[in-house]
Design a protein around this ligand. Sequence first.
Ligand SMILES: Cc1ncc(COP(=O)(O)O)c(C=O)c1O
Length: 303
Amino acid sequence: MDDSILETIGSPLVEVDAPEGATIAAKLESRNPGGSAKDRPALWMIETAEEEGTLTPGDTIVEPTSGNTGIGIAMVGAAKGYDVRIVMPASKSPERRSIMNAYGADLELVEGDISDAKDRADEIEADEDAVQLRQFDNEANPRSHYETTGPEILEQIGDRTVDALVAGVGTGGTITGIGRRLRETFPEMEVVAVEPDDSAVLSGEEPTGDSFQGMGPGFISPNLDTDLVDSVEVCSAAAAEAECRRLAREEGIFVGQSSGASNLAAKRVAERLVDVGVDDPLVITVYWDSGERYVSTGMFDAE
Ligand SMILES: Cc1ncc(COP(=O)(O)O)c(C=O)c1O
């Protein structure tokens, strides 16, 4: 028996369909207690602030988020007894709002994108003496993946070698933390970032849209270790959503937009590695959350 819901953080690594001659394995992060990869940084940022004495019982936590970090913080806040205020762009899915409400968080919606939510969270932090965890800058965000997701993957692959890590980028915490840990064991491993075609800042483009929930913040996050990244793959929301429908119907795996995009990119990278003669390359990718968080968007209704 676990002492707390917070001890149940962790997820399976599942082999998924791959181009012939390659293996792709996906970290199924919807299996965390709050339903996404962001439970890990939420817990680590909160516990680091507690250790440093910047967060003490009775404090209010405020955070700008595209949803999953807010849900993670709301879940950890509920388990630990903190009040939580979340600032989220109104464009993000209604499921996210309902889940934060269920965990007892106060939610403020803002027009615009994550940068507008960040500005509003700064105001609340200053006016109401709330503690902001700053997921885009806080080193406990990538460290949570370095200390938990990375070691889990190393244990789950057994004696296999990882040839590439392919993952979407929001704050950059996931790809940076997992990438740093896996590269210690596999120095030759490629790290491939995935970003939306309408917010391809890593590819040097000006952002023109905000079509993904959680991926592509429109700026290069300080928490992304750009030195770690070997190349960038770009994906449209339409292609990612079609891949999510395929994953659900053909593989029984129900995931959200950024997972579909990362899976498409993982298949491209796997194919390239086979083409250059790597024998049965192993590509690791991440599925951040469940498709249940996107049902109201209608993305699973399309053919
Ligand atoms: C659905 C989803 N995908 C991808 C990401 C990107 O993860 P990271 O912020 O660790 O780069 C996030 C982050 O919030 C997310 O919510």
